[in-house]
Design a binder for this molecule. Structure first.
Ligand code: AHM
Ligand code: MG
Length: 338
């Protein structure tokens, strides 16, 4: 029988493959692992809200009950402060970035951006949610305070990214640019154990994932592609929790779309908290991620922390096919189709 490999062991082992690795990123990834175990415990209790108290009330221990996404936000920050490797964080739950005090004389080199609980509107009905994270090396001098430019970096600059899905089981998937690996939480020992080594996305799949309720609000080229998926008898799956939809596509193949709509002309999802980290994972697994305007997600220049973008992500052949639909059916500026 194969011996179990825990997340900590795996991270340390991977670090040994880099001649100049100093262990800083290792410590940081371990902190994220710890935070997600704490969040997982709380997400699992979400159904007990009537027993434990609703948001804003006091629970039986006299503590204020927090909304789960804010709880996840706080726990991630608390854990990331631990190792002293992080000089700043930015979260989908907070307007600006947060500076983190150095630990002793350590010069923290990394900034972390995260969506603490993606798809949180699903919690009340017991549907999977997730945490998404993105790690960059700071650009500014490590003796000075972190600044906004440290966060507004292109996705190609990410040194690591990953996500955790709190689903039927809890699984953490991450990459440092050396393959994508998945770790399932074994609740009996409280450890993430290597369960999916070197994940590769299938070139095609049988699934497409889009909020088809917005069909009439999409541009014509997107509608044509969605019609094509339906003609091909592809299966529509849309959880409303991007991280869970992408997780399925990563393993089984398929395509996820969140294009511009009339309500969200620039798209709804956030470049820095959702699209960049998931694009790095998917590309690293052999997939593709572009915007509906055909830019590679990882090359997009961010100008603000909460910048939104459109996204088309998943199996490489399917993303290429959608690109052809966009090129073929996108109206030219005078409104006439090419
Ligand atoms: P959130 O980060 O506030 O939870 O919003 C992001 C979520 C994604 O997980 C999901 O794909 C999308 O919003 C669903 O949006 P819609 O209901 O418009 O389809
Ligand atoms: Mg989100």
């Amino acid at each position: 029988m194969n011996r179990i490999v825990t997340l900590d062991e795996f991270i340390i082992h991977q670090q040994k493959d880099f001649a100049h690795a100093t262990g800083e990123l290792t410590g940081l990834l371990r902190d994220i692992g710890v935070a997600s175990k704490i969040v997982n415990r709380e997400v699992n209790k979400a159904g007990l809200v009537n027993i434990l108290g609703v948001e804003g009330s006091e629970n039986s221990h006299g503590e204020q009950v927090q909304k789960l996404d804010m709880y996840a936000h706080d726990k991630l920050i608390e854990c990331l402060k631990n190792s002293g490797e992080v000089c700043g964080v930015a979260s989908e739950e907070e307007e600006g970035f947060i500076k983190i005090k150095s630990v002793g004389k350590k010069e923290a080199k990394y900034v972390v951006l995260f969506d603490p609980l993606d798809g949180s509107s699903n919690i009340d009905v017991n549907v999977s949610v997730g945490t998404i994270f993105s790690i960059f090396r700071r650009k500014s001098n490590s003796k000075k305070e972190v600044n906004i430019k440290d966060f507004l970096q292109k996705g190609v600059e990410q040194v690591a990214s990953g996500y955790v899905v709190y689903g039927t089981s809890t699984i953490l998937v991450y990459t440092t640019g050396q393959g994508v690996n998945g770790f399932t939480l074994d609740p009996s020992i409280g450890e993430f154990c290597l369960s999916h080594r070197d994940i590769k996305i299938p070139a095609r799949g049988n699934y497409y994932s889009v909020n088809q309720g917005y069909y009439l609000k999409f541009d014509v080229e997107m509608r044509r592609y969605i019609d094509h998926c339906s003609d091909m008898n592809l299966r529509l799956r849309y959880i409303g929790s991007m991280v869970s939809d992408i997780h399925r596509i990563l393993f089984q193949g398929g395509i996820f779309l969140y294009p511009n709509t009339r309500k969200f002309p620039k798209g709804k999802l956030r470049l820095l908290y959702e699209c960049n980290p998931l694009a790095m994972i998917v590309e690293e697994a052999g997939g593709k991620a572009i915007s509906a305007q055909l830019e590679r997600i990882l090359e997009m220049e961010p100008s603000e922390l909460h910048q939104r973008c459109t996204i088309v992500i998943g199996s490489p052949d399917m993303v290429d096919e959608l690109k052809e639909f966009i090129e073929r059916y996108k109206p030219v500026s005078n409104g006439v189709h090419k």
